[in-house]
Design a binder for this molecule. Structure first.
Ligand code: NDP
Length: 689
């Protein structure tokens, strides 16, 4: 039986540093399978203006004291702590109607997002408190005036209004990028499943990992929350299009240009390619995926497949295969192992889905899983919000409206057919913008035509075929490193997408000025800023001694024809431009034989390296390598090497140092330019463990 047996509790909000209840007893939240009360929720009378101000003043200041890496490490510690507590969340999650498999997406998928953000931030962002965005833009001939775009955390609160279907992931996938950016969060979960979010927030706060004010929770209605938003706050919303549109037009949101991102209804499509006939691996993969998307979380997923677009020749075969697969779905108490699909989140939600199925029946007929005959394997069909998977078939999707407009947020999908690839694209586009679409094909032409046709209408497109069958993450899984969101009807928002998601909580500012001062602002050496030669080779300095702008200007070295021939013979790179004078001259870029680019880089290393053992531990690559002027025999090269960026690793006895390397010839023309990436000890000699 469903394991949620404890007495219903009164949910509390965590606002302004205090757990507090609303003034009233509140609304009962019922177990999705049994109808028993799980909790009561009420937020009336709570002071939301003060909470937002506390977040801005206390949370924002506390977070901004830390660097990106420090905040990323907080997320990692948090993820580890939550993983240790996951069983408690799984138990609570059964009450929402989710099976253990469903809950895995919500709970461990959410915790995984924290891990992913933590590690990506530490790999991809510098260990600073401000980000640079793009290259320096030189604005003067003499390099005395330049510009650099920077990104700095907004000084407001990220208010996250979430949907009921992912009480954990919905919160975690939004707070991860906000907190990495340095912006505190106020989470408002959907009331229906807020008890699970409340439990997780309690556990998060109990760890003491996040600084004061970094995370607040509002359990209950939003009340006057939006009235108090300022120009520095961010509002994110996941839920129905109607609520989203209302919030987007809220007076304060409009007046203060509050950054708003929305993820709403989505009529996601999956297309079967014309090549994927019954009997092909792609046909089987397609049927499996559609059935899975209909039944995971009882179809209550914003990414679930709602429109099943198939070649007309395979229409009946697809319906037969789906009918057979869906017929094996065992409905019941989500806590039981035999159960394949739990109930919807509430009886109200089931009523809503039944009403939407009636709407769909204007254009389509039910071909599998009649909603009036609910077949529950284990559980109470009266009190639980159970619903069979319902498959519809639409015979004329080009003239139909409802199948492209109505989102039945449950285990419901409609099969519709197409004749040409153009038709398939046209049907997919009739969703008016969705979060995700998928295509099952093993044909390159089909892949190109359908994906390029669907891409402008979708935030993500998955191609399934036999090669990726085992490794594919599937149609319905948003990934932390990929964009989640879609245009038009899907809300027009964008979340996740790795570090792109972090930047949504930051302000991009073009800063113009002398390179010296731009360097001071960004903590990064910028071309044109002063370099300092302290008389000590910079490779002899540990991180404790090294400074941004420390510079070495090497001696000059002449490149001879013998050097070029030696390098060619030694490496085997005997490309004509290095070895054949006449052919090199015939090349429009050269005036004769030229040195290999890699010879230039190798000689440059020979010019700037300090050979003795020292704090520079390793060279792990170069970035942005460009060869700008050909080098001919007789040219004389020298290198300017400047410490550009220092990233001290928090949990290691070294850090990364990025060096700006500029190789010039005897006429001061730049022949090569790149960043050298090294690992440098924090102290030297290394402290032995
Ligand atoms: P709602 O749009 O009603 O609610 C979503 C969130 O908005 C909840 O947290 C809700 O809080 C909050 N909210 C509602 N009214 C206001 C308001 N006036 N001011 C501020 N916040 C408000 O969606 P539901 O969660 O009830 O789901 C309804 C439908 O939305 C589903 O049937 C489905 O079609 C769609 N949906 C789409 C999702 C997607 O990701 N695409 C996800 C979930 C739902 P409270 O719960 O306290 O009212």
């Amino acid at each position: 039986m469903n394991t949620h047996v404890s007495a219903p509790r009164h949910l509390e909000s965590y606002l302004s540093g205090v757990w507090q209840r609303g003034a009233k007893d509140g609304k009962a939240l019922l177990n999705a399978s049994t109808g028993d009360p799980v909790a009561f929720i009420d937020a009336s009378g709570l002071d939301l203006a003060t909470a937002l101000e506390w977040g801005r003043q206390v949370g924002g200041a506390n977070l901004r004291k830390h660097s990106f890496h420090e905040r990323a490490l907080m997320l990692k510690a948090l993820a580890q702590a939550l993983m240790d507590l996951k069983e408690e969340f799984y138990q609570e999650s059964f009450a929402t109607g989710a099976t253990r498999k469903d809950s895995w997406i919500d709970i461990e998928g959410g915790i995984g997002t924290l891990f992913a953000y933590s590690s990506k931030a530490r790999r991809e962002l510098p260990n600073t408190r401000v980000l640079t965005d793009g290259d320096v833009e030189p604005l003067s001939r003499d390099n005395s005036f330049s510009a650099q775009h920077i990104l700095s955390p907004l000084h407001g609160v990220a208010v996250h209004i979430n949907a009921y279907n992912f009480p954990c992931w919905g919160m975690l996938e939004k707070i991860a990028p906000s907190l990495i950016a340095g912006v505190p969060c106020l989470v408002k979960p959907a009331s229906q499943t807020a008890y699970l979010t409340e439990l997780m927030v309690r556990r998060i706060l109990e760890t003491g990992i996040l600084p004061d004010g970094a995370l607040q929770l509002l359990a209950g209605s939003a009340g006057d929350l939006l009235d108090h938003l300022t120009e520095q706050d961010i509002l994110t919303f996941t839920g129905s299009a109607s609520t989203g549109q209302m919030l987007k037009q809220h007076k304060t949101v409009v007046q203060n240009s509050v950054r708003f991102t929305m993820e709403a209804d989505s009529l996601n499509a999956s297309v079967l390619g014309t090549d994927a006939a019954p009997g092909t691996p792609e046909f089987d993969l397609f049927v499996k995926e559609v059935a899975r998307e209909m039944t995971v979380k009882a179809g209550q997923k914003c990414t679930a497949i709602r429109r099943v677009i198939v070649p007309s020749a395979f229409h009946e075969a697809v319906i037969d295969a789906l009918r057979s697969r869906l017929g094996k779905t065992v409905l019941g108490d989500p806590a039981r192992e035999e159960t394949r699909m739990g109930p919807l989140a509430s009886l109200d939600q089931r009523d809503e889905v039944l009403a939407r199925i009636s709407d769909l029946c204007e254009d389509a007929e039910i071909v599998a899983g009649h909603p009036d005959r609910i077949d529950v394997g284990f559980g109470d069909a009266e009190k639980g919000a159970f619903l069979n998977p319902v498959l519809l078939s639409c015979s004329n999707p080009k003239s139909a409206q409802a199948v492209h407009d109505v989102e039945a947020f449950g285990p419901v999908a409609t099969v519709m057919s197409y004749d040409t690839l153009e038709d398939a694209v046209d049907l997919a586009q009739r969703g008016k913008g969705s979060l995700v679409a998928s295509l099952f094909t093993n044909d390159r032409r089909v892949a190109e035509e359908i994906v390029l046709g669907m891409a402008p209408y979708h935030g993500r497109v998955l191609i399934g075929n036999r090669t990726s069958a085992k490794t594919s993450t599937g149609h319905g899984s948003p990934l932390p490193n990929l964009v989640h969101g879609g245009p038009g009807r899907a809300g027009g928002g964008e979340e996740l997408g790795g570090m792109r998601g972090v930047k949504h909580y930051m302000q991009r500012t073009a800063v113009q000025g002398a390179p010296e001062l731009l360097s001071a602002v960004t903590g990064r050496w910028i071309s044109g800023a002063q370099g300092q030669d302290a008389g000590v080779h910079p490779f002899r300095k540990s991180l404790a001694e090294l400074k941004i702008g420390d510079q070495l200007i090497s001696n000059a070295r002449e490149i001879t024809l013998k050097d070029i021939e030696h390098f060619a013979e030694f490496t085997g790179d005997t490309f004509y431009a290095h070895m054949d004078e006449a052919s090199a001259r015939a090349n429009p870029f050269f005036e004769g034989r030229v040195a290999h680019g890699y010879l230039i880089v190798s000689f440059a290393a020979g010019l700037f390296v300090d050979p003795a053992p020292g704090p520079v531990l390793a060279n792990y690559g170069v970035d942005n390598l460009r060869f700008l002027t050909p080098v001919n025999p007789g040219d004389s090269l020298k290198v300017q090497l400047t410490c550009k960026e220092i990233n001290e690793r928090i949990n290691a006895d070294y850090g990364e140092v990025r060096w700006d390397a500029v190789v010039t010839n005897q006429d001061d023309e730049i022949v090569a330019q790149y960043d050298v990436l090294t690992m440098v000890a924090k102290t030297w000699p290394l402290a032995m463990a």
